[in-house]
Design a binder for this molecule. Structure first.
Ligand code: ADP
Ligand code: ZN
Ligand code: MG
Length: 485
């Protein structure tokens, strides 16, 4: 397809800018005292303020301002001590006030950037603070059209930060890198639980194409409704291809908002620019402009924890991890802390990394768990590593024990004792078994001595079976070689 585009002189590149919404993990909502908590029974966390009842007055949540400023510092933004809140007016049932309190022309931060693993620097335009809307659920029996809509206002008024990038992203893969880098940074600062499937991290993707080598931006489409990194990549790839096809057949690209259909793998037009909203922004008269004390801003800046890029460098230097391993283990703050605890307790960082990225990860994925939702303790994983290294248990048993750690948070000593998984490394005990196996299989011994090296594997297998899997396979092998060579 690239080829035919090139033939027609239409070789194009993608231009992508992302608007990322992040729910802040404050205790209470943005402008009232209601709990900010995911998963509570519908409409159980509401009050006159977040329901927009007449006369109710909003009060700014200081913690949300702090979280946004810290994010700004972490991303190298200019954090403004002065800003204000505006009303963004539109009518939609998930918004009880018929306006959303947001920030229009004086966002809390401007500038800043996110550096991708590809090395590309994506500039940020702004980060502002606003409130989330309620959640509509279209329900009913009809297949193509819902019969009624349920509205849950628990989410209405939850602090929401919007991070707007410049159109500096060049491919769907880079969009994913951007999101994953951002997610890692936010997880380290601890301002959000950044879960795309629960909606605490959401992303609208703006995309256009232009002839390679040109600077002027093409007409963009804004794609919505993606709920995983994978859908962002798929939706953008589809959209770029759709735009290229338009160009190829001479159809104009129109500015519009398009929705991603996950099951069909296509985007469809939701609304065009002509129908775009006029939000009639104006300063919210119920809220005084925000003025943040310089000393407070400085304190927030100094309170920033170690961020993923310096942690990656430190993991590589301090623990001798590869760049890849260090990258994976610093994606999430909790995972990084878990790794460090296991590395310290076991004194073997390489093994700690191997287990966490290998068997532990596999088991977590199999059961839909994450390190933070698993009951496993770092000390127990360190103990398991020590048991394998000392030869107390074999590789197969270790995997079995690992599952018990991950799923039930058990102590490896208990599991090994209970299931009789301890391995025999005692040379004399192993020798008794091996000697008996050798005596019983003279033809294999002859074959081995005659150059058929595979016969050794057979003898090892026999000895392992004889010991019911409990003999240390290394001890078995060396005893056999001692006898046969
Ligand atoms: P709008 O006025 O539609 O809100 P903005 O200029 O505010 O558009 O930009 C919104 C987002 O769209 C930003 O992330 C920006 O980087 C991105 N964007 C703007 N123009 C383009 C374009 N032509 N192609 C791709 N992304 C774009
Ligand atoms: Zn409330
Ligand atoms: Mg805009």
């Amino acid at each position: 397809m690239i080829d035919s585009a090139r033939e027609q002189g239409l070789e194009t590149e993608a231009v992508i800018g992302l608007e990322v919404h992040v729910e802040l993990s404050t205790h209470s909502k943005m402008f009232c005292g209601c709990r900010n908590q995911f998963g509570a029974p519908p409409n159980s966390q509401v009050c006159p303020v977040c329901l927009g009842l007449p006369g109710a007055l909003p009060v700014i949540n200081g913690r949300a301002v702090e979280y946004l400023c810290k994010t700004g510092f972490a991303l190298g933004c200019t954090v403004s001590p002065y800003s204000k809140f505006d009303r963004k007016n539109y009518f939609y049932p998930d918004m009880p006030k018929n306006y959303q309190i947001s920030q229009y022309d004086m966002p809390l931060t401007t500038g800043g950037s996110v550096t991708l693993v590809s090395g590309r620097k994506v500039r940020l335009n702004r980060i502002h603070l606003e409130e989330d809307t309620g959640k509509n659920t279209h329900a009913g029996a009809a297949i193509s059209r819902s019969e009624y809509t349920l509205i849950d206002y628990n989410r209405a008024g939850v602090p929401l930060m919007e991070i707007v990038s410049e159109p500096d992203i060049g491919s769907p893969q880079e969009a994913e890198q951007y999101l994953s880098e951002l997610k890692g940074i936010l997880s380290h600062i601890g301002v959000s639980d950044v879960k795309m499937h629960e909606g605490s991290l959401r992303c609208d993707a703006n995309v256009s194409i232009r002839p390679v080598g040109t600077q002027r931006l093409g007409v963009k489409a804004e794609v919505k409704n993606m709920n995983s990194f994978r859908s962002v990549v798929r939706a953008l790839s589809f959209e770029i291809e759709r735009m290229r096809e338009c160009t190829r057949v001479g159809q104009p690209i129109v500015q519009e908002t398009r929705g991603w259909d996950e099951s069909r793998g296509v985007t469809h037009s939701m609304r065009s620019k002509e129908q775009a909203h006029d939000y009639r922004y104006f300063p919210d008269p119920d809220l005084v402009p925000l003025s943040i004390d310089a000393a407070l801003l400085e304190r927030w800046r100094l309170e920033l924890p170690e961020l993923p890029d310096s942690k990656r460098a430190r993991f590589a230097a301090e623990y001798g991890l590869s760049a890849y391993d260090a990258g994976v283990l610093t994606q999430e703050a909790g995972d990084a802390a878990f790794f460090e605890a296991v590395a310290k307790a076991s004194g073997d960082a390489k093994q700690a990394a191997n287990w966490l990225m290998g068997d532990v990860r596999k088991c977590l994925q199999l059961h839909g768990l994450t390190l933070s939702s698993s009951p496993m303790k770092p000390a127990h994983l360190a103990a398991l590593i020590a048991m394998v290294k000392s030869g107390a248990i074999g590789g197969k048993a270790a995997k079995e024990v690992c599952d018990e750690l991950v799923m039930h948070g058990r102590d490896p000593q208990d599991v090994v004792g209970e299931r009789g998984l301890a391995q025999t490394s005692d040379a004399s005990a192993v020798a008794v078994i091996v000697d008996a196996v050798v005596a019983r299989n003279p033809e294999s011994v002859t074959a081995y001595r005659g150059g058929k090296l595979k016969a050794l594997d057979f003898l090892i297998g026999q000895a392992m079976r004889e010991s019911r899997g409990k003999a240390n396979v290394d001890v078995v092998r060396s005893r056999l070689q001692e006898l046969l060579d």
